[in-house]
Write a protein that binds this ligand. Structure first.
Ligand code: 5GP
Length: 115
């Protein structure tokens, strides 16, 4: 784990502005700054301890479960309850922020978001 706060930690600490759409004790969610679908939200653990979903799932499945539940809740609120949940894992797969986060995509997807 890096000791530098990630961009998402800085958003959580309100150092960088973002639209926060959900918050629980362990997880928060924001609107993606560069949406790839009509609904494009990020569900993020408050801890930046896990760099990607493989670390998270191995170490804290309950936190992973909470992220999925928050994603479903957001899809219910912002779309028709149907959604894609994407974890880019590794830089060659498009991961740019190494503080694990789930992309919640709903609505008509763009070509770019389909990969
Ligand atoms: P990754 O590429 O790591 O899977 O996803 C990182 C996501 O974070 C990208 O979709 C990018 O648009 C989003 N992002 C990066 N910086 C910011 C920011 O400052 N604010 C918000 N709201 N989203 C950001």
């Amino acid at each position: 784990m890096s000791s530098e706060p990630s961009i998402f930690t800085r958003i959580l600490q309100r150092e960088i502005p973002a639209t926060i759409v959900a918050e629980t004790d362990n997880v928060f969610a924001i609107k993606d700054i560069a949406p790839q679908a009509p609904v494009h939200l990020l569900v993020i653990p408050k801890t930046q301890h896990y760099r990607d979903v493989t670390e998270l799932a191995a170490a804290d499945p309950a936190l992973m479960q909470e992220m999925v539940a928050v994603a479903q809740q957001l899809a219910n609120e912002h779309a028709d309850g149907h959604f894609r949940l994407i974890f880019n894992t590794g830089s060659n797969a498009g991961q740019t922020v190494f503080h694990v986060h789930a992309h919640v995509l709903a609505g008509e997807l763009t070509e770019k978001s389909m990969g």
